[in-house]
Design a protein around this ligand. Structure first.
Ligand code: AMP
Ligand code: MN
Ligand code: MN
Ligand code: MN
Length: 276
């Protein structure tokens, strides 16, 4: 079975609207996919309708932004009831901080001689409540400031760079509890991407599991083969379910297309055993 449990639409910072994203998954032979927009579930109804028409299984999902040990960590929720008021209200509150953050990012970029980035980023954001750093990056590429999105992050938007603004996202235990309140399974997204010490990474998994988190992305579009093996070991040692996840945003920005990740190591328990 071709399973891909992490992807983005125009409801957050993907390039394809939910219907077009599902269409692409269908063309790529995906049997089961999750739409996991950042801090937002507004695309799920359209995606589910399209998925039913196209014969693709659709897992309702979300990717929640969390602050942990000075780093931003992403917790994916799978199999959620996307109408659960606890979850819906918490996500609305989380999104509400994004506009002021975007204004501050724009102010920081202006200090570097880049004017008008707020308006520019907003033009790339289909959802006005969800302006992400990816939209700033696209604007800076489109206006010729930088050659590509990755270079914008390396120069301006990554933590420690001049356009980065520290932001308080959700607490780890809260994100896991909202997902569980909505009947979902919490998953640590792309763990190899976090700049955490070994001790902080161990504490991330300790606190995630203590809060009721159950799975980790072992195969991710953001992982190398070595990183995949590292987190396969974490899944085994901690008894976590394993996910397979492209984190597809669009063909221009993603190295792995939807449904085109490597297989999970055969001895791990796939998280989708609990979703089908
Ligand atoms: P935000 O939630 O506004 O902090 O934006 C995070 C998003 O920015 C991620 O989900 C990615 O889409 C994108 N992103 C973060 N780091 C990078 C990077 N190094 N290269 C390309 N895109 C990135
Ligand atoms: Mn993103
Ligand atoms: Mn992420
Ligand atoms: Mn993602």
């Amino acid at each position: 079975m071709n399973v891909d449990l992490h992807s983005h639409s125009t409801v957050s910072d993907g390039w394809l609207d939910p219907r077009a994203l599902v269409q692409r998954a269908a063309v790529n032979g995906v049997d089961l996919m999750a739409l996991t927009d950042h801090d937002e579930v507004g695309g799920i109804d359209v995606a589910a309708e399209a998925a039913a028409e196209m014969g693709v299984g659709l897992v309702p999902g979300v990717e929640i932004s969390v602050s942990f040990a000075g780093e931003t960590v992403h917790i994916v929720g799978l199999g959620i009831d996307h109408r659960c008021p606890t979850l819906v209200d918490a996500l609305a509150e989380l999104r509400a901080g994004r506009d002021a953050r975007a204004q501050r990012m724009s102010d920081e970029l202006a200090r570097c001689g880049i004017a008008g980035a707020y308006e520019g980023a907003r033009r790339f954001a289909r959802n006005p409540e969800l302006v992400s750093r990816a939209h700033f990056a696209r604007h800076l590429v489109a206006s010729g400031v930088m050659p590509d999105v990755k270079t914008v992050f390396d120069h301006y938007l990554a933590r420690g760079k001049p356009g980065f603004v520290a932001h308080q996202w959700a607490a780890l235990v809260d994100a896991v509890s909202w997902i569980r309140a909505a009947g979902g399974i919490a998953v640590v997204a792309h763990p190899a991407r976090y700049r955490l010490s070994g001790a902080d990474m161990a504490r991330l998994f300790d606190e995630f599991i203590a809060a009721g988190g159950e799975a980790v992305e072992v195969v991710s579009g953001a992982h190398t083969a070595d990183e995949m093996r590292r987190f396969a070991t974490v899944a085994r040692q901690r008894g976590l379910l394993a996910s397979r996840a492209s984190d597809f945003h669009g063909e221009k920005e993603s190295t792995v297309d939807i449904g085109r990740c490597n297989p999970l190591p055969a001895d791990l328990t796939p998280v989708w055993s609990r979703l089908i």
